[in-house]
Write a protein that binds this ligand. Structure first.
Ligand code: 2B7
Length: 639
């Protein structure tokens, strides 16, 4: 059907477009690390999700092939196969080779799954060694292949027939190792986690993940209850204080909102918000609207039902969110993402819509379910009493610190500089490592705070109990920011807070606990990018006059291979920070010139918080097992 076509100026332009993507992949997918590699999958999956959200597809399959190829299959209408007027190419070829082709082929529907607004397919093509697309449409099968970063091998071709009712699109690609130099190996858990999230956020879509690199490795995600089932999963290891997840939905001006919530008996809140399937870690107007409404509605109801007396202090936002697990999902035709990581929804109109949808639903829920209403308000009132007790404890701490600050900060070796922008504090595991760090530091800019033993498990503790922990109190005093409603980031005394632990299970545990503590009580220091994890080396290699430090066994072998065959270098393995002398510690982990610091992202801290709340409640066994299995991930996150 397709006649041979010769390539002309417009093709050259097209290829120049894709070449631009190959020259600066970071501009399009952020990074070419493992994260960027997985981004390719999300771009293709997003197109399938969009077809599902348009109402034409309910089955999506993602297959990781043996050679780390990716196949995405959907049962939608199939990409249009005709000729595109503007480009003179088939629509399919246009989708895969022209940048900024977004929206023009979507048939009026808006793209809600985030991603690159329709340029995704061409970006993936540009960054692939090869890519194949097969389309089932109107009883026919069409096929096209691209090679070497998006060059079409042949035009789109009809290659056979199929049943009239079989429709859909299948895309297979191989990421280009020349672009993804770090790795082209997909991580099953990363894929599964995001695909499950997409299935929760888009009820009724079946998403299957198959890993052909391993036998019988497969997951299927289908949630007809959508985010209700998401909340159920998040509360799985917790004790809900009322039976069913509460759910509201509504829309205004084409903006859709869904909210699912359930209280549990813990002391912290887990509120996750999304816009167009993107996790808005930094919150935004959808979250603000719902939170504002939650506080107002609970206070109104409590007063009317005489659960709160006239003269009682109003319940605060923190009070009414204690123990709350909530998912907020917004679908917006034109979202504005703001904030440091572009994960904060900025559209002002959403605040009122979110407030309206939530208020209406939640007010009715409280009216119709007085027993649940009482349980929820009792919980918030208890939180309020604890808050007031904590305030007293805090005042006590403050007075105490003023009186006996030497005692409180006794273990802190502070830096002499008062300029926060150049000051750093190392939080060090163990007294012996702390001692070495004190000898190794630059006293002007580097402060050392040794932590003895494990810090308090913050999961089961409210703020007041956390404040009775000496290590935590010392940290609060040292940071200078205050805590809770008195928190003031402007008063932060160090712009780098560096966690320095051994590279073992206990070290990972301490990292996770500290990140959770920061996430819960000092969130702005995480959001502001002030928290880091030090990366101490595992080996010291001395050969002749040269000393080299490396972090992994692989790097050790790599270094060995650069030495003469008969060389006998001296290799020391550090079991922990305590085994390094001050000089080693300075040269490798603390000195600005040589050290590697990993900046902690909000995502890392959230992950830590989730591990704590999933596993560290009371049961010791799953905690240890989990860290053994997953602790290493915290040392591998790329930031
Ligand atoms: C903006 C572009 C990328 N597109 C369509 C129609 C269906 C369709 C797609 C797709 C990923 C891997 C399997 C619209 C949209 C292009 O225009 S993309 N299905 N699936 C997909 O990419 N899956 C479409 C209107 C009428 N008929 C078809």
């Amino acid at each position: 059907m397709e006649e041979k076509r010769h390539y002309d100026d417009s093709d050259i332009q097209v290829l120049e477009g894709l070449e631009a993507v190959r020259k600066r992949p970071g501009m399009y997918i952020g990074t070419t690390s493992e994260k960027g590699l997985h981004h390719l999958v999300w771009e293709i999956v997003d197109n399938a999700i969009d077809e599902a959200l348009a109402g034409y597809c309910d089955d999506i399959e993602v297959v990781v092939g043996k050679g780390n190829t990716i196949t995405v299959k959907d049962d939608g209408r199939g990409m249009p196969t005709g000729v595109n007027q503007k480009t003179g190419l088939s629509t399919v070829e246009t989708i895969f080779t022209v940048l900024h082709a977004g929206g023009k082929f979507g048939g009026g529907g808006y793209k809600v799954s985030g991603g690159l607004h329709g340029v995704g397919a061409s970006v993936v093509n540009a960054l692939s060694t090869w890519l194949e697309v097969t389309i089932y449409r109107e009883g026919k099968i069409y096929y096209q292949k691209f090679e070497n970063g998006g060059h079409p091998v042949e035009p789109l071709k009809e290659i056979g027939t199929c049943e009239e009712n079989r429709t859909g699109t299948t895309v297979t690609f191989k990421a280009d190792p020349e672009i993804f130099t770090e790795t082209t190996v997909y991580n099953y858990d990363t894929l599964a986690k995001r695909l499950q999230e997409l299935a929760f956020l888009n009820k009724g879509i079946r998403i299957v993940l198959i890993d052909e690199r391993e036998e019988d490795k497969k997951d299927e995600f289908l949630y007809n209850g959508g985010i209700i089932e998401y909340v159920n999963m998040l509360n799985k290891n917790k004790t809900p204080i009322h039976k069913d997840v509460i759910y509201f939905e509504g829309s205004e001006d084409g903006i859709e909102l869904e909210i699912a919530m359930q209280y549990n008996d813990s002391y912290n809140s887990n509120i996750y918000s999304f816009t167009n399937n993107i996790n808005t870690y930094e919150g935004g107007t959808h979250e603000d609207g719902v939170k504002r409404s939650l506080t107002r509605i609970i206070n109104n109801y409590a007063k009317n039902a005489k659960l709160l007396k006239e003269n009682d202090e109003a319940l605060t936002g923190e009070d009414v969110r204690e123990g709350l697990t909530m998912i907020i999902s917004c679908k917006h035709p034109n979202p504005q993402f703001e904030g440091q990581t572009k994960t904060k929804l900025g559209n002002a109109e959403v605040r009122k819509i979110a407030d309206d949808v939530f208020s209406e639903g939640f007010e009715r829920f409280l009216m119709e379910n007085p027993e649940e209403a009482k349980i929820i308000i009792d919980k918030a009132s208890t939180a309020a009493r604890a808050r007031m007790a904590a305030k007293k404890a805090r005042e006590l701490t403050r007075r105490k610190t003023a009186l006996d600050s030497i005692n409180t900060l006794g273990k802190l070796a502070d830096c002499t500089s008062k300029d926060a922008s150049i000051s750093e504090i190392f939080i060090v595991e163990g007294d012996s490592a702390g001692g070495n760090a004190k000898s190794a530091r630059i006293p002007k800019t580097q402060a050392i705070l040794p932590l003895r033993g494990k810090i308090l498990n913050v999961e089961k503790a409210r703020l007041d109990r956390a404040l009775s922990n000496e290590e935590i109190r010392t940290m609060i005093t040292a940071f200078g920011t205050g805590i809770g409603d008195e928190f003031d980031i402007e008063k932060l005394r160090y712009h780098k807070i560096i966690i320095m632990t051994d590279a073992d299970v206990d070290g990972s545990h301490i990292q996770i606990l500290l990140l959770t503590l920061f996430y819960r009580f000092f969130r702005p220091i995480v959001e502001g990018g002030y928290v880091y994890v030090a990366q101490p080396p595992l080996f010291r290699i001395t050969y002749g006059k040269n000393t080299t430090y490396v972090q992994t066994e692989e790097e050790l072998e790599e270094y060995r291979s650069t030495l003469p065959a008969n060389a006998k270098p001296i290799v020391n393995r550090f079991k922990g920070l305590g085994e390094m002398d001050a000089e080693d510690l300075r040269d490798t982990t603390m000195h600005i010139d040589n050290r590697i610091l990993r900046r902690v992202t909000v995502e890392d801290a959230m992950e830590a918080d989730k591990i704590i709340s999933d596993f560290m409640g009371d049961d010791v066994f799953p905690r240890k097992q989990y860290i053994e299995e997953h602790g290493h991930e915290f040392n591998e996150l790329d930031v």
